[in-house]
Design a protein around this ligand. Structure first.
Ligand code: TEU
Length: 528
């Protein structure tokens, strides 16, 4: 692939010209890239999207009612946060039954209807698959507790147990080992203590989790987002993790707890399973640098996941230089026929608009890069109207994280992060009515952001210069059936042609081909 770029002052010009051998080959044989390399993702945090039954909590029927809104914006694929039976201690990332829908979200019929309706609109849907751990209340864990010492061992237990903890640490706080008085042993939990890690060294665990994937593939879902995917296996002999200078990981390098070779094998196994059902997207949440994410995608001989997040970009710097480097870096690591995922917000970290102090002009610049760069853009609900985080006290958080990690607020503010994930999960702002049109309940599960009277979908729809309309335009430019998209997959691919001014002041841009001069306002985007 050839990427021609120019860097004038603080103006980033996108010029794409693809001469990639594989693209040529695929076009010669009349094939195109699989849908999941061309798609656009819209992440729905179910609990906060739309409450159809008035209990203050978003639900599946609520999504059904908003499906045309999402389709009309131009998004092609939904990623739905977990809706399975759960005590909701980590809002669905602590599952007690992978085959049941939590009653507050709806029924199995609702989810089947959602899958059907998504497909009827020519869209796709991927589910959030939590493979690494279950809730401590899962029947498998309760069974493991009852095992007699003779029955115990890596090939018998569903979870990871030990008598003598080593130095493995939780991603959240302290040791990852927790004593259980019934079994009189320690169980391993890489994230929160009520999320015990499954023991993938037990073939029955592998089979049980592949069975979960199979069940949902049979229901015609189009793939999965894979929670904490590089955490699945740990070292079989429990070797201590080595020392490192990284304070974020409490000075431990997770050499024996992350990225084990068996996890790569499991990725290939999952891919093989998916391929029996057609072209399915497998998007891994991979903790670590992009080079680690790349490992999980494998190669043409051993394909693994189709995509992996690179979370470093969540802490982007809003300059032309940063995005120039980012796109070049992504192209180097994920060359065609692979593709990067561009993500700037999610349900765990500060929203993109919050990082930019709510300045929608700069938010627009970021999303323009996200939409025009080659790859899959992943947009978190509300980003289309520039939603910002709520400011909610740590003490009253529903999210368990701020109760586990005692860091003063000013410190997380300085770091530009939040410990209270409630803040990034406030209800979707639909209109200026009560609770922003999210719910007709007396109280919503989290408070609506007080900026909703001005910032909501209805207001954005009425303003032709809004961020929402910019999104619609960009998504339209990407639509595969439009003429522009022919250029996206051919040997000479013109991905987009935009001039983005990342500086505060107006700049003049001279078109390199025509010599035309264009004045571009500060923080403005011009689509040529
Ligand atoms: O998050 C894992 C993860 O990457 C977190 O460490 C994240 O960086 C942290 O929450 C920052 O605040 C996944 C899910 O996205 C998250 O919602 C779940 O709580 C977690 O796994 C456990 O399943």
């Amino acid at each position: 692939m050839r990427f021609i770029r120019r860097f004038y002052f603080n103006i980033l010009i996108f010029y794409y010209s693809f001469c990639h051998f594989l693209c040529c080959v695929s076009s010669v044989f009349g094939q195109s890239l699989p849908w999941y390399q061309r798609t656009t993702l819209y992440q729905i945090y179910l609990r906060s999207y739309y409450d159809s039954d008035g209990d203050g909590i978003g639900d599946i029927q609520g999504i059904l009612q908003k499906l045309d809104y999402i389709r009309n914006l131009g998004f092609e694929t939904l990623w739905l946060s977990p809706f399975f039976a759960s005590p909701q201690q980590d809002f669905g990332y602590d599952i007690t039954d992978y085959y049941t829908v939590a009653p507050e979200y709806g029924t199995m019929q609702d989810i089947e209807e959602l899958i059907t309706q998504v497909h009827r609109r020519g869209m796709k849907i991927i589910l959030d698959l939590v493979l690494n751990h279950t809730s401590i209340e899962h029947p498998w864990f309760q069974e493991d507790l009852k095992r007699s010492p003779q029955e115990r061992g890596p090939l018998q237990d569903f979870y990871v147990w030990c008598d003598q903890p080593n130095n493995w640490r939780s991603a959240v706080r302290g040791s990852a080992w927790h004593y259980h008085p019934v079994r009189k042993q320690f169980y391993y939990a890489a994230f929160l203590p009520f999320q015990p890690d499954l023991n993938y060294r037990n073939p029955r665990v592998q089979e049980a989790m592949l069975q979960v994937a199979r069940f949902w593939l049979e229901k015609d879902v189009d793939g999965f987002r894979l929670d904490l995917f590089n955490y699945l296996y740990e070292d079989s002999s429990g070797r201590h993790n080595p020392f490192s200078l990284n304070p974020v990981r409490a000075c431990h390098r997770p050499r024996f707890t992350l990225n084990q070779p068996e996890t790569l094998e499991f990725a290939a196994e999952l891919r093989r399973l998916c391929e029996r059902y057609g072209l399915k997207m497998l998007l891994g949440e991979i903790d670590g640098p992009c080079t680690t994410s790349r490992l999980f995608l494998g190669d043409s001989i051993t394909p693994r996941l189709t995509h992996a997040f690179c979370f470093a970009m969540l802490r982007f710097r809003c300059t032309a230089r940063y995005f120039e480097k980012l796109v070049l870096h992504m192209e180097k690591i994920f060359p065609s026929p692979l593709g990067p995922v561009y993500v700037f917000s999610n349900h765990d970290r500060r929203r993109c608009a919050t990082r930019l102090g709510g300045d929608l002009r700069r938010v627009r610049l970021v999303h323009t890069v996200q939409m025009l760069a080659r790859g899959v853009p992943c947009v978190y609900y509300g980003e289309e109207i520039g939603m910002v985080d709520g400011r909610l006290p740590y003490k009253k958080a529903l999210d368990p994280l701020p109760h586990m990690v005692r860091v003063p607020r000013w410190l997380t503010d300085v770091a530009g992060e939040t410990l209270n994930r409630d803040e990034v999960r406030t209800p979707m702002q639909w209109h200026a009515g009560p609770h922003a049109g999210f719910s007709r309940a007396a109280a919503t599960w989290l408070p609506v952001n007080p900026d909703f009277p001005e910032k909501n979908v209805e207001a954005a729809m009425q303003d032709s210069a809004s961020l929402l309309h910019h999104f619609r335009h960009l998504l339209c430019v990407r639509q595969p059936q439009k003429a522009q998209d022919v250029r996206r997959e051919g040997p000479l691919l013109f991905m987009g042609n935009a001039v983005l001014n990342f500086s505060r002041r107006p700049r003049t841009f001279v078109h390199p081909a025509t010599g035309a001069r264009l004045r571009i306002e500060g923080y403005a985007v011009t689509l040529l």
